[in-house]
Design a protein around this ligand. Structure first.
Ligand code: GTQ
Length: 379
């Protein structure tokens, strides 16, 4: 990553555009505008910044402030009316598109017992992270899965999917994560409604986890050629156990603590072509060092409490709070407890950056790798 700092628009550098307005030039620009054209040197420094410049702001969405509104949606609209009953997360820096950060969308979906949303599919890749309730299920291309708190589920692009809650369940809330803004930016987004409101359940319940979810075991003779993981659900129990076991034998990453990626068991790569996900554990009192990356991240605290510093802003979080890190911004994490661990679920667009050769990362050299807190986000 360039080390030019945050002085993105410096013009006093040889080789950068530096043309002062004159009456003649202003006339010229107007004439160009009328022909639907423009002079590159008037925009060059903006459209080719020294390094990624994100319009997104570091944000935290506190669950205790959102939950009542999410539950209110349950009273106000049915899944039949709404299609999806979701309160989406808006980033105040991104009024042009519905994005929580970068080109990632996120929202909180709520369903009551006996409800089921209609089946559809789209070019956008999706995931869910279960926040509360029991009896939730999702059906992905006929693979029906039961879902509990902190379970992580995929709805890869192009797969038919619907979600619901069984009659004997409770109100369920989960976080949706999708690459809708990316698909729209690429102008590649298709959307289709299933001919039946609910697709058939074509396989035994939870067959995906039973087939592909055993640690370091692969079903002999089974093949898989899709671009996404055949393992569609990653349960919290084995995920947390995996982190605890790993934490006993590793010092962890200086930037992310005990950090494990959810992977496609066939390729070892990310779970979907455009979205990757991870769970990290911060030990009691752990304060990681700051680094920055080309890529945008959305986090949910799955356990414990603490804070992250994103570009000098302190974002306090506790279980179920969601926060984001825009691309190129310094970030470091702190477990606020000296006795218990803290776990952060995250999803990100690094598979896009990596597959296009755009990924870069850099650690903060100054101040022993820690930022100064300069700001708290407006609440
Ligand atoms: O469940 O498929 O929050 O298509 C937004 C768009 C959820 C979904 C959202 C979607 C979905």
């Amino acid at each position: 990553m360039a080390t030019a700092g945050y002085d993105h628009y410096r013009e006093d550098v040889a080789g950068r555009a530096n043309v002062a307005d004159t009456a003649e030039l202003v006339d010229f620009y107007r004439a160009l505008e009328q022909q639907h054209t423009g002079a590159l040197w008037t925009v060059a420094n903006k459209i080719e910044p020294w390094e990624p410049v994100s319009a997104s702001r570091p944000m935290v969405w506190h669950y205790d402030r959102l939950r009542d509104h999410v539950l209110r949606a349950l009273e106000l609209v049915t899944p039949e009316q709404a299609g999806r009953r979701v309160v989406y997360l808006a980033n105040p820096g991104r009024t042009d598109v519905v994005a929580a950060v970068g080109w990632l969308y996120s929202g909180l979906q709520v369903m009551g017992p006996g409800e089921c949303a209609s089946s559809h599919r789209h070019s956008a890749s999706a995931l869910r992270f279960i926040m509360e309730g029991s009896g939730a299920f999702t059906n992905v291309d006929g693979h029906k899965m039961t879902l509990g708190a902190n379970d992580f589920v995929l709805t890869p692009n192009g797969t038919w999917h619907e979600h619901g809650v069984s009659e004997d369940g409770t109100v369920c809330i989960w976080q949706d994560g999708l690459d809708i803004p990316l698909m729209n930016a690429l102008e590649a987004n298709f959307y289709e409604v299933h001919p039946d409101l609910q697709q058939a359940v074509s396989f035994p319940i939870d067959d995906s986890t039973a087939t592909w979810g055993a640690a370091a075991l692969r079903p002999a003779g089974e093949t898989w050629s899709r671009r996404y993981s055949p393992l569609l659900k990653y349960e919290w129990g084995p995920t947390y156990e995996g982190l605890l076991r790993y934490s006993k034998v590793t010092a962890g990453s200086p930037y992310d603590g005990v950090h494990m990626d959810y992977v496609n068991p066939i390729s070892g790569g990310p779970v979907m072509p455009t979205i990757g996900a991870a769970m990290q554990l911060l030990r009691p009192g752990e304060h990681t060092k700051a680094h920055r990356e080309v890529g945008s991240f959305i986090y949910q605290c799955a356990k414990g409490s603490g804070y992250s510093i994103v570009n000098g802003q302190r974002l306090d979080w506790k279980e179920r709070d969601i926060f984001c890190e825009p691309t190129g911004m310094w970030h470091e994490h702190v477990n606020g407890s000296n006795s218990g661990d803290a776990c952060l679920f995250s999803f990100h667009d690094l598979p896009v950056m990596r597959s296009l050769g755009l990924y870069r990362a850099e650690g903060l050299a100054e101040n022993d790798g820690h930022q100064h807190i300069t700001d708290r986000p407006a609440l």
